[in-house]
Design a protein around this ligand. Structure first.
Ligand SMILES: [Zn+2]
Ligand SMILES: [Zn+2]
Length: 768
């Protein structure tokens, strides 16, 4: 249908940016163009896609509009730039052209859960993909974890090792097929294969899926290879299996997460609030922290004892679904997917000793020896290590606790475009961030850099991100504290490439991370409520009232200094912090009788002498002190444990009025000692936890109001914002004073968000 020289015929050249490669976008554009009877072509270019389209002016206009509105579900269109072009009167059809030039493509998409269409095929016995553990299509499946390099094409993915069979090739070529241009297309005939090995690495006979489900039912621990690395799995209902996994993984009290078939199955163990079933079913497949039912601990013994929340995840990959399918008796069709299923799989990252996730088959046999009874493996390589992401439902919707698999490497839009920056994050819960233009790419969760192997993973992640994005950083941002691998890497990297470095204070970065994701460039008053971080004066900060204006950060106030007897030891020992509070209340003589710790007397003496003790303004430490004083927890066995227990107790108790006169504010310093004086005599720990939370919220709001201009925006950051009573309470109290609290949403409030904040501050610095 060549166009005549008609006045209604126009031609436009369109540039599309965003996540538009490897997500079925070109076939989508072609379908759309054909539907609108337009001619032209679409191809990948250095920044995304380029489209030339000719035809009726109105129809061309429709196409431009629908590029955004009807875009494929896992794509993301950031910009559509359309310009008039010369009318091509010879064009007869709409074509998908080969990539142009092959320079830096936009970016690869994140992994997403298997879609309903693929599941339907997997559970139809006559379908050629029946029980196929690697089913995917242009709408679903792995991307980041199977991609070795860009531009995205099969020869640069982990499917390179598998030659597509004629049927799969046909699907790839057929424009109307869901797998048209699906680079990792495969089927049971031509794709990767599952194998099941015993603890010694010998193949086990029989069907790997049926055998795995049988082993799980016998209480065995099976290592399962997933797209981002291995999980260790066992039957979460089997107390002996859970206890064995806890012992073999040396995991004392830290809760495990479970995988459940669907929200209907989850409601047996947890209370699902409004919107929470939807969070579970998000294509990113996060672990969602949900409020446990009273019966949960008995039904899932030893999985998450004591704490108020259970981490629940829905199946994500075809392999996960096949395990549930097998356990359900291999029903036909999709009907069973929404019905309650009995199987509850404990799924925990195969990261022994907190070291990076196991990703390789041979590595699994070595590093998981003594932990796993069997290995469910396959021959598709893991190209990017990715832990599961974790979230909970917060006052403003989804609140990320860990942003990793399912999100990486999705970009966060920055308020301004600037030169590329590399930000290396902090020493713990590390992530790194690279900016390109007005996009910030935050890496997957890397972990604590003092753990073996994590520094190598850190280096490799930075190299991979820089390679994918094809940017040369103009500046490298790091923490003010130069100790530790991240800052040292930053200094070396910058030195070798002769680019400047820029140091950003820890809490400044926490706040900046919030400003970056909310697109706020104006100066704001901010609350940084955190564990202990390196302060601008070298001190132990963590309860800070700040004014942040781009690169400038002014300390308006802080929590009253609390003695840290034994520094690192005190941070993990709520009783030591409680002892320090008692000392400050003039009740140091109670320390020995209250705390049955071997060194209670020595701590009391050190506090009395008072010399050589460092102090902290960290709210995390005050929360631990409250937990210690109320007898909730003396020594934490993992980071955040005491705070989580205390929050759970306050939540269980319910609402209570804040304590009148529970705090004082003088010269910007917030002092909570009057509150602690009451807690020290409180006999009911749950009531004490509730009083502590409600009074803390009122005190913090009062503190903010003492400096914030009316009607302003308040930025909140730092790990304490994971505490929902605190976050919800602050939002509503500040709202009552006409102040609008903005909090981290798309990044976690904890140190996982530092890299983005560092990058944003550094970019402001470069832009002047
Ligand atoms: Zn699919
Ligand atoms: Zn095939």
């Amino acid at each position: 249908m060549p166009h005549s020289q008609n006045s209604n015929i126009v031609c436009q050249r369109i540039k599309l940016r965003g996540v538009v490669q490897g997500v079925g976008f070109r076939p989508f554009v072609r379908r759309l163009a054909k539907e609108l009877k337009l001619t032209g072509w679409v191809r990948k270019d250095g920044h995304g896609l380029e489209i030339e389209v000719c035809g009726d002016a109105e129809q061309v206009h429709h196409l431009v509009e629908r590029l955004r509105e009807d875009a494929p579900s896992i794509s993301r269109v950031d910009s559509v730039l359309a310009q008039d072009a010369a009318v091509d009167t010879h064009a007869e059809d709409f074509y998908i052209l080969n990539s142009e030039g092959g320079r830096a493509p936009a970016m690869i998409a994140n992994d997403t859960a298997v879609c309903r269409d693929c599941l339907a095929e997997m559970f139809t016995p006559t379908n050629r993909r029946y029980r196929h553990a690697f089913a995917s299509c242009t709408h679903c499946g792995p991307r980041y974890t199977v991609c070795r390099a860009l531009p995205y094409a099969r020869e640069r993915t982990s499917l390179k090792a598998f030659t597509a069979c004629p049927k799969c090739q046909n699907e790839y070529r057929k424009t109307s097929d869901r797998r048209h241009h699906h680079e990792i297309n495969c089927c049971p005939k031509c794709g990767p294969q599952l194998t099941l090995l015993d603890a010694a690495g010998r193949p086990l006979p029989g069907d790997p899926l049926a055998q795995t489900v049988a082993l799980l039912a016998q209480g065995k621990i099976v290592a399962i290879k997933d797209p981002g690395g291995f999980h260790l799995a066992c039957d979460a209902r089997n107390a002996a299996a859970v206890a064995a996994l806890r012992e073999r993984k040396h995991r004392d009290e830290k809760p495990f997460n479970v995988m459940l078939a669907n929200p209907a199955s989850a409601s047996t163990f947890v209370q699902l609030g409004v919107g929470e079933p939807g969070l579970l079913a998000m294509p990113e497949r996060l672990i969602i922290m949900l409020k446990k039912r009273a019966s949960c601990d008995a039904a899932l013994p030893g999985v998450a004892p004591g704490v108020g929340w259970l981490g629940v995840m829905m199946p994500c990959t075809p392999l996960h679904y096949l395990l549930f399918h097998e356990a359900a008796g291999s029903p036909e069709g999709l009907g069973w997917l929404d019905l309650p299923q009995k199987l509850a799989l404990l799924m925990t990252a195969a990261d022994p000793g907190g070291e990076p996730l196991v990703i390789d088959n041979q590595e699994a046999l070595e590093r998981l020896s003594g932990i796993a009874d069997a290995f469910l493996l396959h021959d598709r390589e893991v190209l990017a290590r990715c832990n599961d992401s974790v979230a909970r439902s917060g006052p403003g919707g989804l609140q990320l606790v860990r942003r990793s698999g399912g999100y990486t490497p999705r970009a966060i839009k920055l308020p301004r475009s600037g030169p590329p920056v590399l930000a290396v994050g902090g020493q713990f819960r590390n992530t790194v961030c690279v900016t390109r233009g007005d996009e910030a790419f935050v890496s997957q969760h890397i972990g604590d850099l003092d753990k073996a192997g994590c520094s190598d993973f850190f280096d490799a992640t930075i190299n991979r991100l820089l390679k994918f994005l094809e940017v040369k950083p103009a500046l490298v941002a790091h923490d003010l504290d130069r100790a530790g691998h991240a800052a040292q890497f930053a200094l070396d990297f910058a030195h070798q490439r002769a680019v400047p470095t820029f140091a950003v204070q820890h809490h400044h970065a926490h706040v900046a991370s919030v400003l970056a994701e909310h697109g706020v460039s104006a100066p704001v008053v901010a609350l940084a409520l955190d564990g202990v971080g390196h302060g601008a004066d070298g001190g132990h900060w963590g309860g800070e009232l700040l004014r942040v204006d781009g690169v400038r950060c002014e300390r308006l106030g802080h929590l009253a200094p609390l003695p840290l007897v034994g520094e690192a030891a005190a941070i993990k020992a709520p009783w030591r912090l409680a002892a320090a509070v008692l000392q400050q209340l003039g009740r140091g003589d109670e320390i020995e009788s209250r705390f049955a710790q071997a060194d209670a007397a020595a701590v009391a003496q050190t506090l009395t002498r008072g010399d050589d003790i460092v102090h902290t303004s960290s709210l995390g430490c005050y929360i631990n002190a409250a937990a210690g004083l109320l007898g909730v927890k003396s020594i934490a066995s993992f980071d955040g444990q005491a705070a989580s227990l205390l929050e759970g107790m306050a939540d269980h108790y319910g609402d209570i009025l804040p304590l009148a006169g529970g705090w004082t504010i003088a010269d910007g310093c917030l002092n909570l000692l009057p509150l602690f004086a009451v807690l020290a005599d409180e006999k009911d720990a749950e009531r004490g936890a509730a009083i502590f939370h409600s009074t803390l919220v009122a005190a913090l709001a009062d503190w903010v109001c003492s400096v914030a201009p009316a009607g302003g925006t308040i930025a909140g950051g730092g790990a304490c914002f994971l505490n929902m009573i605190l976050a919800r309470g602050l939002r509503s109290r500040l709202g009552g004073h006409g102040l609008h609290l903005i909090e981290p949403r798309r990044l976690p409030p904890n140190d996982g968000g530092l890299a983005l904040g560092q990058a944003w501050v550094a970019q402001q610095y470069l832009l002047g």
